[in-house]
Structures are given as structure tokens and as C-alpha cells.
Design a protein around this ligand. Structure first.
Ligand code: ZN
Length: 472
């Protein structure tokens, strides 16, 4: 397959270090709050990449860290520790906050059908490894101690800004974030490997180290965890584009200085999810998380489809209007799958051209929208229903839209005179109504009830959910 590599900003043929095997690392969440749907755009596209590599027969090993210490409010080593901020806000301990938001993160992943990586490592569980790495960097002359902290010396590198897209804009942000200049730094771009001097007395988590009681800088965790779990040659490193600088730039600096050779071959970055005001972030206005989508009556998989409709290397603009469109598209898709006859054997010969097109689309820099087009073309095509169902199941190993399951559900609920499309629409309305009632949004619930009544839907509440039929 071909992937756009941020190192060169070009589409490159993907060739893993070891044939047939892929080592993949993902920067996990900083668990001080719920992740917003912009964060999930990255995790979701990374999930598609992982599943497509498996679909292609690769043996994929994927590791993710959980940042539960050391990530300061600004990525440039300044500001308060994010975890501590979360703990103060909720009057809990840092570890309680970490546990709660780690669980919440994976629950949201599950709703979005994002597979949990094979190995998930909380940063606080690997402090001795970080210390070992910092010691080696000091030994090799890539690090220095100043003012109680240990810094990485970026002046020792031939090239610090390694990414092909590192333009003056990125660098300006870096400079702006370091306004709170740290006079211990030899170079403006140096970063902290180990803190013993924190401006914040309240830092709860501290460990003994050769440099005194302290805690790790944010970047060291990903290098140390990745090298330990996946070895010195990493195939793909994933993350949101905002992590490219300084986080990934610093990861490369310290990993390659530590290893003494090039480390990661492909950098897979997912672009931002924007809203009307620009890049989505936690600090701005209303907080769009998976729970809010559900509260508003959306199936999280409609958001998954929304993300799949566009290319990961392009910024995506979110609005409820476009999510509505995706939700409708999802219901229609489910309806069409529900309309397929279940009898018969698939024609594997007839399926092959579709399989090839699907693999070509995703193999071309993970073109998910083209892969969806192949799915639509398939449903419109003349191949047998059994072949279509077989291919839908196959494609869904990567797309993870639960198409057959949702179709089953829609079909089970359909009344005699209801088409699968209509059944799917009614299902969607019922879900919306349930969510509106749960949120005590009575006007919305009433409006949906009226719409259902207009469609002659008769509902009955049962212990297992709402049963319904059409009575004209
Ligand atoms: Zn990272």
C-alpha cells in the first residue's frame, strides 16, 4: 500500500522492516478529561489503517501509551500538569482521574468500533525505563542537567526539524509557547526529559531518580514504551497532526539519539477536525464528546461513517448538519443491506473485482471515501444478494460500521408493510426519542412522537426495549 509519510510529505510505498509484520505505535490520550470527537477522528482513522493492514494479511502489533503524568498545559514544557489540573477540578487524586478517564476513553472507542490496541501502557507504569533512557542520553552526551532538570540538547543533532511539513507557522507556535522562557535551556528547542524542579508544588506523583525526586517529561514516555515493546525499528507511528510538533519531533530526537540509528519509517498523521470556529479543542465552548452525540440521538457509528467519508490527510469540518447527513446515509445503507436476500451461496469469482477495487482504494493512501463508493457500487451492481452480503461482511472487517448487525436489527423490527429503509428510519427515530427522553428534552421527544404517529407507528414499551408495528 501507499501512505503519505510526514517525513517526506509524499505518498510512499509501505515496506515494513520485517516482511509480513507491522509494528505500529499510537500516542494515546492524556487522561485528564473526556476525549472530544476531534481526538477520535485520529483514533478512528488509525483503526482503519490497522484493520486494513490486517485485512491485507499483515501480522500487526500495535502499542498505545496512556499519558497519566508529565503532560503540561502547553506542549512546550510550560504550564501546569494536565493531570493535576483534572484532579483539582474534580477533587480527586491523580490516579483516580487517570483510571476514570482511561475507562471512559476505551468505552467511547468501543462505541465507535475502534479496536483496543494489543498493548496499552500507562506512562506511570514504566518510570524505570524512562530513567534508563535518560541516563543513556546523558551518557551519550545528548542530554544535560541544569537547574535540577534534565534536558535534551537539540544542538547536538544534525537536524532537529525532521518533518517535511515543518513550516514557519509550526515553528512560530513553538516559539510562542515558550514565551515563558526557561533560562536553563541551552537551545530554544531543548526540552525536558526529567523534572525535579516544578513550579507547581502540588505535583502528586514523584519518583526517585539519579537526579532527585521528580517526574518524567511528556515526550520520553512514547520513545521508551515504543522501543521496549516494539524494538528499535518502528514501522508506523500514528497520531493527530498537532502532535507532529513538538511531541513527535522530540520523540524522534531522543529515540534516534538513544538507538544510534533511524527509528520510525512512516509517520501517519491525521488532520484536524474543525468546527465553524476552527480547530476543535477542549478549551473552546461546548464540549463535543461521544456522550453528547448520543444524548442528541446520534448513533456513534454515524460519526464513524462521517469520518470515513473524507480523507485523513485533509482537515474535516464538523457541523450537526453534516452529521445529520451521515446519519441518514448510514440508515439508508443499513436499509439496503437489510433488503438483501439471505439465501444462496456467494459467487467468489464475481466478488473478486469488488474486493480488488476495495483494496486498491484503501491501498491508495487509505482512501476511505473511495472504499465507500466501492461499497455503494456493489449494492447497486448485478451480483447476487448472497455475494453482496458476503462482500459487505468482508469490507466491514475494515470499515467496522456493523452493517449486517444493524440490518438484522432493522429487519427484525420491520412490520409487514414496512420496507427495510423505512424500518431503519423508524429505528433511528426511536433511538432519537429515547435519547431525548433520557436527556429530559421533552419538546424534542414530543416532536419525534408526533412524527412517528404521522407514520402510523404504534409503539409498546417492553422490558427489552420498544416494540413497534405499523397500523394504518
Ligand atoms: Zn507520543
Amino acid at each position: 500500500m501507499e501512505l503519505t509519510n510526514t517525513l517526506t510529505m509524499k505518498k510512499e510505498a509501505f515496506v515494513p522492516h520485517e516482511p509480513g509484520k507491522v509494528n505500529m505505535y499510537t500516542c494515546g490520550p492524556t487522561v485528564y478529561h473526556f476525549a472530544h470527537i476531534g481526538n477520535f477522528r485520529s483514533y478512528l482513522m488509525e483503526d482503519v489503517l490497522e484493520k486494513f493492514l490486517r485485512y491485507q494479511g499483515y501480522d500487526v502489533r500495535r502499542v498505545m501509551n496512556i499519558t497519566d503524568v508529565g503532560h503540561l498545559s502547553s506542549d512546550a514544557d510550560t504550564g501546569e500538569d494536565k493531570m493535576l489540573k483534572g484532579a483539582k477540578r474534580e477533587h480527586k487524586s491523580v490516579m483516580e482521574i487517570a483510571q476514570f478517564y482511561t475507562n471512559a476513553f476505551f468505552k467511547d472507542c468501543e462505541k465507535l468500533n475502534i479496536r483496543k490496541p494489543d498493548t496499552v501502557v500507562p506512562a506511570t507504569s514504566r518510570i524505570p525505563d524512562f530513567i534508563e533512557m535518560v541516563e543513556k542520553l546523558l551518557e551519550k552526551g545528548y542530554a544535560y542537567q541544569a537547574g535540577g532538570n534534565v534536558y535534551f540538547d537539540t544542538g547536538k543533532l544534525d537536524k532537529y526539524y525532521v518533518f517535511g511539513n515543518q513550516n514557519s507557522e509550526d515553528l512560530a507556535v513553538g516559539v510562542r509557547e515558550s514565551v515563558d522562557a526557561d533560562e536553563n535551556k541551552r537551545n530554544k528547542t531543548d526540552f525536558v526529559l526529567w523534572f525535579t524542579k516544578s513550579k507547581f508544588d502540588g505535583q502528586e506523583l514523584k519518583w526517585e531518580s539519579p537526579w532527585g525526586l521528580g517526574y518524567p517529561g511528556w515526550h520520553i514516555e512514547c520513545s521508551a514504551i515504543s522501543v521496549k515493546e516494539l524494538g528499535g525499528y518502528l514501522d508506523i507511528h500514528c497520531g493527530g497532526i498537532d502532535n507532529a510538533f513538538p511531541h513527535h519531533t522530540n520523540e524522534i530526537a531522543q529515540s534516534e539519539a538513544y538507538l544510534g540509528h533511524p527509528w520510525c519509517k512512516y509517520w501517519f498523521h491525521v488532520l484536524h477536525l474543525n468546527d465553524a470556529r476552527g480547530k476543535m479543542s477542549k478549551s473552546k465552548g461546548d464540549f463535543l464528546d461521544v456522550a453528547l452525540l448520543e444524548k442528541k440521538g446520534y448513533n456513534p457509528l454515524a460519526y464513524r461513517l462521517f469520518c470515513l467519508q473524507s480523507h485523513y490527510r485533509k482537515p474535516l469540518t464538523f457541523s450537526f448538519e453534516s452529521l445529520d447527513n451521515a446519519a441518514q446515509a448510514y440508515q439508508k445503507l443499513v436499509g439496503r443491506v437489510a433488503a438483501l436476500a439471505k439465501e444462496g451461496e456467494p459467487d467468489l469469482e464475481g466478488a473478486r473485482p469488488f474486493q480488488e477495487k476495495f483494496a486498491q482504494a484503501l491501498g491508495n493512501d487509505l482512501n476511505t471515501s473511495l472504499a465507500l463508493t466501492v461499497l455503494y457500487d456493489l449494492l447497486k451492481s448485478g451480483v447476487s444478494d448472497a455475494t453482496k452480503r458476503w462482500l459487505v461482511a468482508s469490507f466491514d472487517q475494515v470499515l467496522s460500521l456493523d452493517l449486517l448487525e444493524a440490518a438484522e436489527k432493522a429487519a427484525a423490527q420491520k412490520g409487514e408493510a414496512v420496507s427495510p429503509e423505512e424500518a431503519a428510519e423508524i429505528e433511528a427515530l426511536l433511538e432519537k426519542r429515547a435519547a431525548a427522553r433520557k436527556a429530559k428534552d421533552w419538546p424534542a421527544a414530543d416532536a419525534i412522537r408526533d412524527e412517528l404517529a404521522a407514520r402510523h407507528v404504534v409503539m409498546k414499551d417492553t422490558p427489552t426495549g420498544v416494540e413497534w408495528h405499523i397500523e394504518k
